[in-house]
Design a protein around this ligand. Structure first.
Ligand code: MG
Length: 389
């Protein structure tokens, strides 16, 4: 089998006012993604997903990865990954980030092709299922009036979820108030996580960690700027609440740095960012070696969600997985059979490869070829001047 074409499909959809939410990077008024379509001379087509700056990712796929992968055997995934990483210069001198995001989408599509060629689902390629079903937590609580947050939290309890993540990292006093109130209304027999999306400096993170521990929060996610490994190690040494991160780390090399410097408790690789199924599998192996759990980060679209479900079902140390529960047509309208949670659990699709069938009307409806990119307010990144003594 040979690769005959690789396409990058940019998708973008505006969100209705009731579906918009305030994240660390400002009011989110749209959702966007890049799907990768790898075609072969045997008629098998694989799909993947990339979560990163769409214009840059598209250029890397079309101009750097496609020219070297055309004509190659798509079933030689490891060889093609290395060819893409080293041969294009993406991984030259160990560099990471956006090139790896583009490679992630290609890698997922190759696994989809391999599964389709063998007529088995991807989770079986990864070594059968370690669990019957995948437990997911809802990412849904963003900052707004406390009464609104409580209302939303109770709605997820009503839907059968047993775990919810609360977004913090905005105003410390307000963040604390929301976490305390949500803990009170959902009761003790319920899992809460808190995610700062790099929003705190070390002083605020230390104060937040103490309250999160008091509120029995399962983990404190991305408390500090992701480049500040020492800061995370310091925070971890001074607090009891587990530190989780990884959605902004690319390849096992980056995770290893955090593990070796004792700066992480829960690894959260994202299959559409960290290097695809091939790299997440290796990150999981690294976590096993160090006795740490992984909790897959998912965002973006339904293709990434499907790939994550296959991984979460198969990997032995995969703990609860994230489920984006915000309004997102790229999750709910992209597949002919949408992937949905039942009482806080999900199943990987059972068909060959990723087991998904894309809705072509949705692809046409949300196709995007523009060049504009909204400049979002960025978080305060450097906080090294903060006291750590
Ligand atoms: Mg997060």
């Amino acid at each position: 089998m040979k690769i005959t074409d690789i396409k990058a499909l940019r998708l973008r959809t505006p969100l209705p006012p009731e579906g918009q939410y305030r994240s660390r990077s400002g009011l989110r008024t749209f959702r966007s993604t890049v799907l990768v379509q790898v075609e072969t001379d045997e008629g098998i087509v694989g799909f993947g997903s990339c979560s990163g700056n769409e214009a840059v990712v598209e250029a890397i796929i079309v101009r750097a990865l496609k020219p070297i992968l055309i004509g190659k055997d798509p079933l030689q995934i490891q060889e093609l990954w290395e060819m893409g990483y080293v041969g294009t210069g993406i991984g030259e001198y160990g560099s990471q980030a956006i090139g790896v995001v583009a490679l992630s989408g290609v890698d997922i599509a190759l696994w989809d092709i391999l599964g389709k060629a063998q007529n088995i689902p991807v989770y079986k390629l990864l070594g059968e299922r370690s669990r019957e079903r995948v437990q997911v937590y809802a990412t849904a609580l963003y900052p707004e009036e406390t009464a609104e947050v409580v209302k939303k939290a109770l709605a997820f309890v009503e839907k059968g979820f047993r775990s919810i993540k609360i977004k913090v990292g905005f105003d410390l006093a307000k963040d604390i108030e929301i976490v305390k109130v949500v803990r009170e209304v959902v009761g003790e027999d319920f899992t809460l996580m808190a995610d700062a999306n790099m929003g705190y400096g070390i002083e605020a993170a230390l104060k937040a960690a103490a309250v999160l521990e008091e509120c029995r929060v399962a983990w404190f996610e991305e408390p500090l700027f992701v480049g500040d490994i020492e800061g995370h190690a310091f925070l971890k040494s001074r607090s009891q609440v587990p530190i989780a991160l990884g959605e902004n780390l690319h390849t096992t090399l980056a995770f290893e740095q955090f593990i070796l410097r004792r700066a992480i408790d829960v690894l959260q690789p994202d299959v559409a960012r960290a290097g695809g199924i091939s790299q997440v599998r290796k990150v999981a192996g690294l976590a096993v070696a160090h006795g740490l759990p992984i909790s897959l980060h998912t965002w973006g679209d339904a293709v990434a969600l499907a790939a994550s479900l296959h991984l979460a079902a198969a990997l032995e140390n995969s703990a609860i997985m994230e489920l984006d529960c915000t309004s997102n047509p790229l999750r709910t309208e992209l597949l002919k059979e949408p992937l949905e949670a039942q009482n806080g659990f999900m199943l990987p699709p059972q068909g060959a490869g990723l087991g998904i069938d894309l809705n072509t009307d949705t692809l046409k409806k949300y196709a995007f070829s523009g060049s504009e990119r909204v400049l979002l307010p960025y978080p305060k990144l450097l906080c090294r001047s903060d006291s750590r003594s």
